[in-house]
Structures are given as C-alpha cells and as structure tokens.
Write a protein that binds this ligand. Sequence first.
Ligand SMILES: Cc1cc2nc3c(=O)[nH]c(=O)nc-3n(C[C@H](O)[C@H](O)[C@H](O)COP(=O)(O)O)c2cc1C
Length: 192
Amino acid sequence: MFYIPLIVGSTRRDRQSIKVAKFVLARLQQCPGVTTELLDLLEYNFPIMEERLHRRDDPPPRLQEFGDKIGRADSFIIVTPEYNNGYPGVLKNALDYLLPEYERKPVGIVTVSAGGFGGINCLAQLRLVMLGMGAFPIPENLSVSRVHDSFNEDGTPNDPAYEKRAATFLEEVLWFAEAIADRKAKEKSAAG
Ligand SMILES: Cc1cc2nc3c(=O)[nH]c(=O)nc-3n(C[C@H](O)[C@H](O)[C@H](O)COP(=O)(O)O)c2cc1C
C-alpha cells in the first residue's frame, strides 16, 4: 500500500486551488493500493518558520504530525497556485520546516492559474526548490488554467480533458513511487 498525501499550497480567501486539490484527491483515492489525504496548510496554520523541525524540541502545534506524514509518504503531491510567477509564501514556509522527510522522495506538482498559462513559471520554481530539498519532482505535471471556469466547487472538471491528464499524471506519480519503494526495499533486505 502506498501512502501519497496531497499538500494544498493556497490559504487565500476564496481560494480556487482547493477545487483542483479535491479533484486530484478524489482520483488518487480511486487508485488501487493507494491511501491518501489532504494536508491543508489553511488548517495547519503554521507560524513563520524560525527553525526546521528536526532541530527543534518545541515545534509549533501539528508540525510534528505534518513532518511525520511527509516522512512516511512514498511520494507526495503539491497543488499550488501561481502567485507573481512563483508559488505562495505560505507553501515555502511550510516546506522549509522539513528536510530529512523529503529524502529521495518523488513529488508530483499540480499548478493552478486564473489565466491561460496554467502556472508554468511556478512549476519551474517549485521543481528547483524540491530538488534543493532532496526530493525529486517527476517529469509529468498537471497544470490547470482558467481555474474559475474549468472546475466546479465540488472538484469536478468542466473540461473532460482534465480526466485524461490527471490519469496520466497520477500514473507517473505511482510509477515513481513504486520504483523508489522497490529500491528502498532492496536496500533494506540487503542490510539484513
Ligand atoms: C498574489 C497573487 C498573484 C498572482 N500572480 C499570478 C501570476 O503571476 N500568474 C498567473 O497566472 N496568475 C496569477 N495570479 C492569479 C492566480 O493564479 C489565481 O487567482 C488563482 O485562482 C490563485 O489560486 P488560489 O485561488 O488558490 O489562491 C495571482 C493571484 C494572486 C492572489
């Protein structure tokens, strides 16, 4: 069983990315052999990062829980809007709290924008950041443009093309999760 949680990186009032997060979560829940859940930064409400989790003995509320979930994940997915060609500060703040938890972990990135470009600049930046953290962003991505019109509140897409694109994206997330899990299992059995 693979555990693949999904982080939603928008806490903005009237946030649209939550619709996309609900969609991806629902499709991931349909994948056999996968458990998942939404890690919502709005609910975690972490304070400004003063020090990383592994160096703190007084972590803010629920940070340990967040770290444990990423730490035991086989892979994880980030759904993020594009803000000023980048990703939201609240997402970077949360990601910066962790480090060993990301080691050799595949991450799938879903970007969201109100315009027609689907958050492509934010994708490039977040990929670089994840590499810096020791995770590796998978080559496939899912980008959502014109989010106000393309998704309903309950997370159903208005454009059927998103079903196919999400299926391809999740297939790749699972491929990398499985490949890494196999390798880690091999190392574990070699170590006795
Ligand atoms: C602070 C801010 C900056 C934004 N900058 C960009 C941008 O650089 N490129 C873009 O395509 N959309 C940009 N947008 C539009 C967002 O992608 C759009 O509002 C989307 O709905 C944001 O996701 P959210 O609703 O989950 O916050 C920006 C929106 C905000 C609030």
